[in-house]
Write a protein that binds this ligand. Structure first.
Ligand code: SF4
Ligand code: SF4
Length: 373
């Protein structure tokens, strides 16, 4: 499969894993592609021309079903376009700054993982992020990934990279290309990365993973996680990534754990906390949601009030999610009545996590900027 064609709310889109450019299709064209795929007809000429222009791929004359996965309209009571899923919170690293306070190795049995993916497909999820813990250490990752890929999803994998060099993983991602593999980098040397992750071999396995993925031409992006343990190696990390010609970005905003423990904040480097953008609203719970390892859906990874069991309730349970999300967005608790809320830089679920962790105000709140502690 090279292209996914899918209804999204009241429009139809065509997207290609690994590429940002996509197209919007008229309904008649969507139906023509669906019929051509069903009946084994070659791709319509207009589609071959458009695919050449958008993605520089030559699909002229090929059977439509071998090129395009056509997603059916959702039959679920609610529709969503994005979801993230912690397949398993277990991790083979133990980073001090991790937003998960506990990382138990546990999750759904494989048959229920696949049932969950069926449900996500049914509610219309097209962009699907699989995270952890470290997702690649879950033995069910390969069958779950392949199942989601065959369901016609644009997959993003968040990983520490330590298992990325495994030939079976490279073969899996080559045969079924993800939209993106995002690898976190924690240092430019074994001394630093192994100390930060409290894991011997962390740097070596991560860097081998990056090299293997780059050599295979996989769509990898590296996120440099900046903490006080590795900030001295920031330029070296940038250079290492540039050497293997991968795109990179940087992340230095360390939050409390999502269960409100502020011990992670000691790893924050002053000056790398991103306070640039004013929070302008978030569609979490309305167009996207998060699923934990046991199949419970919440508005996002941070706002986890009133989880809904997808395994016992099915997609029907998601009807409650928009209301649950709206309640979590209210500026209550420590933010109630704040006169600066229109220029606040954090969403309410994140502000609550900081407040529960009793974090110093200068980490997240304008009142801390005005009256530095
Ligand atoms: S500025 Fe501080 S108190 Fe006001 S809404 Fe934002 S986090 Fe809450
Ligand atoms: S943490 Fe805040 S901004 Fe992020 S998805 Fe949740 S509500 Fe939206």
């Amino acid at each position: 499969m090279q292209v996914i064609v899918s209804p999204q709310e009241d429009i139809y889109v065509a997207v290609r894993p690994g590429v940002q450019a996509g197209m919007q299709l008229p309904r008649a064209h969507y139906e023509e592609l669906a019929a051509a795929a069903t009946h084994g007809h070659p791709v319509p000429t207009w589609f071959a021309d458009a695919a050449q222009q958008a993605w520089q791929i030559d699909v002229a004359g090929r059977p439509t079903g071998s090129v395009v996965t056509v997603r059916r309209p959702s039959t679920a009571p609610v529709t969503y376009s994005r979801a993230s899923w912690e397949i398993n919170k277990g991790c083979n690293f133990a980073c001090e700054h991790c937003y998960l306070e506990q990382r138990p190795f546990a999750g759904l049995p494989l048959d229920e993982k696949l049932t969950l993916i069926d449900m996500l497909q049914d509610v219309g999820v097209l962009w699907f992020q699989i995270t952890g813990g470290e997702p690649l250490i879950d033995p069910d990752f390969p069958p779950a990934y392949e199942y989601a890929h065959d369901a016609g999803m644009m997959l993003e994998i968040l990983t520490n990279g330590s298992r990325l060099a495994r030939p079976d993983h490279v073969a899996m991602f080559t045969a079924r290309r993800p939209h993106k593999i995002t690898v976190s980098m924690y240092g430019a040397s074994p001394d630093t990365a192994d100390a930060l992750t409290q894991t011997r071999g962390a740097f070596r396995t991560m860097y081998r993973g990056l090299q293997a993925a780059a050599a295979a031409g996989l769509p990898v992006e590296v996120t440099i996680i900046i903490t006080r343990h590795n900030v001295a190696e920031l330029d070296d990390m940038r250079a290492l990534i540039d050497e293997i010609d991968l795109p990179r970005r940087e992340y230095g905003s360390i939050s409390p754990t999502y269960t409100g423990n502020g011990s992670t904040l000691d790893t924050q480097v002053p000056g790398y906390l991103d306070k640039s953008a004013i929070f302008a609203g978030c569609p979490a719970g309305h167009t996207s949601f998060h699923v934990d390892p046991h199949g419970f859906a919440t508005m996002c990874k941070v706002g986890r009030d009133h989880p809904i069991s997808l395994i016992t309730e099915g997609p029907e349970g998601l009807r409650r999610l928009p209301g649950i999300a709206d309640t979590q967005m209210l500026r209550t608790g420590g933010c109630s009545g704040c006169t600066l809320s229109s220029t606040c830089r954090v969403c309410r679920p994140m502000a609550r996590v900081y407040q529960e962790a009793k974090a110093p105000l200068e980490h997240y709140c304008q009142h801390g900027e005005r009256n530095p502690a």
